[in-house]
Design a protein around this ligand. Structure first.
Ligand SMILES: CC(C)(COP(=O)(O)OP(=O)(O)OC[C@H]1O[C@@H](n2cnc3c(N)ncnc32)[C@H](O)[C@@H]1OP(=O)(O)O)[C@@H](O)C(=O)NCCC(=O)NCCS
Length: 251
């Protein structure tokens, strides 16, 4: 298995393979931090180029999983490694609790120790479900979402694509959380959340807007904001945020 990234979340993911004694073919990919050396934990190769990836896939099979937290970057890596002929693959801890009835997990989900999916819970593709996060009955996560450690979705709550639910946050029953939103740690969400919203506190209040890369958006007098990371452009109209221009240079 090739784990994309060699930072915090990637280091946590490898422990799942360590538990099963299945670490022989593990390698990481990181072409951003080029001074990390060639081995992680003095053991696992860190690949740094597409050429090395091609060689790895042909010798070890083409399964890869994404060990990066930021949902927009995860999506970028999904596209990049699929184009390199990789096969996005889920990594699910044996210490996670997955219900027996009508549970559905999309391809490429990473589920860590103690996470719970009740019967009738679902997640789309490439979600991260961290330690002790709980997804109760009839709840759903969209694609590329993150449930941080201890976060909880209660009966029928729905979280749309690319949203991050902070550590120990709780989403009350039947609440709808929009896409690309961020819910602060320990928040309790009692009302529906719009796309791109940043919500903090108990009860959670709207604290601002974030870009697809999780950067705060500062709207000017024309209600336009530019993401400081990607250069993408957003507009705010009637409490609705939309991305109106993608900075192709950043892609
Ligand atoms: C919500 C969050 C994204 C806000 O980040 P931010 O906008 O950079 O916030 P700041 O650190 O500038 O804080 C702004 C204010 O909000 C408060 N605040 C920040 N996060 C808060 C939270 N989760 N709950 C309550 N208040 C919070 C700060 O104390 C500060 O208050 P002040 O203005 O009175 O001093 C971040 O604090 C957070 O909770 N992230 C989730 C982390 C997490 O769970 N990660 C999981 C990794 S696996």
């Amino acid at each position: 298995m090739l784990i994309i990234g060699a930072g915090g979340f990637a280091k946590e993911l490898v422990e799942i393979f360590q538990h099963t004694g299945n670490t022989k073919k593990i390698a990481f990919y990181d072409d951003v931090n080029l001074n990390t050396g060639n081995l992680l934990f003095n053991k696992f190769p860190i690949l740094k180029s597409e050429k090395e990836v091609a060689a790895y896939f042909s010798n070890n099979g083409n399964a890869f999983t994404i060990g990066i937290g930021n949902p927009a970057l995860r999506y970028k890596m999904y596209k990049k490694f699929t184009a390199l002929n990789g096969r996005l693959t889920s990594v699910i801890s044996l210490k996670a609790f997955i219900g027996s009835f009508e549970v559905s997990l999309g391809e490429g989900c990473n589920v860590l120790d103690g996470a719970t999916f009740s019967n009738t819970a679902s997640a789309g593709m490439a979600c991260i479900v961290y330690y002790n996060a709980i997804i109760t009955h009839d709840c759903s996560l969209g694609d590329f979402c993150q449930m941080s450690p201890g976060a909880t979705l209660l009966g029928g709550a729905k979280v749309n694509d690319f949203t991050v639910i902070g550590s120990n946050a709780t989403i009350l029953p039947k609440i709808l959380v929009g896409k690309h939103a961020v819910i602060g740690a320990a928040s309790v969400v009692t009302k529906d959340v719009p796309d791109y919203a940043l919500m903090i506190g108990n009860p959670a209040k709207h604290s601002g807007w974030v870009s697809e890369y999780g950067q705060k958006l500062f709207f000017d007098e024309n209600n336009i904001a530019i993401c400081s990371r990607s250069g993408d452009r957003y507009i705010l109209k009637n409490f609705v945020v939309e991305r109106i221009l993608v900075n192709e240079k950043f892609k």
